[in-house]
Design a protein around this ligand. Sequence first.
Ligand SMILES: [Zn+2]
Length: 205
Amino acid sequence: MNDTPIHELMACPKCDALHRARHLAPQERATCARCGALLIAPRVRSFLHVVALSFTAMILMVGAVFFPFLKISTQGMSHASSVFEVAMAFSEGWLAPLSFAVMALIVGLPVLRFSALIYTLWPLANGRPAWPHARRIFRLADQLEPWSMAEIFVIGTGVALVKLAGLATVSLGPAFWAFGALIIVTALKNAFLSQWTIWDAIGQS
Ligand SMILES: [Zn+2]
């Protein structure tokens, strides 16, 4: 591998093992020799999968935000709240920035990221040239990934539930399961997404 030009080398996104990149036939895929992570995805099919899963995630996001998330009952009284209602409860006074940050991290950034992926991949999945600024928009989607907080939100809620369970009867609403489905859909989407394949397709078009 010592005589391979640097632009032909690609590092595994999971374990950093170096491989020599080459163009594959549309249906071929390449995985890491060391850890098995996806390196190069079969192009059109994987783009369609990512677009479809991003749409699914956005629809689930609507349910996760506006459907009841938790129902708390104690001594004959009960109250069900959605994530949106909880965030809006703090939207006035000195907690307003917190309310804004919660909505931005749980809802805004993931939606922005899904939209950026759809914008980048939709024309490529249909065999058309990339839309204008696809490079910049796909880089944005990439940079937002560490800030998508839906998983952390659900884990945090789980911890809070364990603590609440002694004080009141807590039941989970449809939004909790929508968040759960969202995490699975996001993980599936990441499994189909190959950075190298997408950059290569943007570069060619
Ligand atoms: Zn690897």
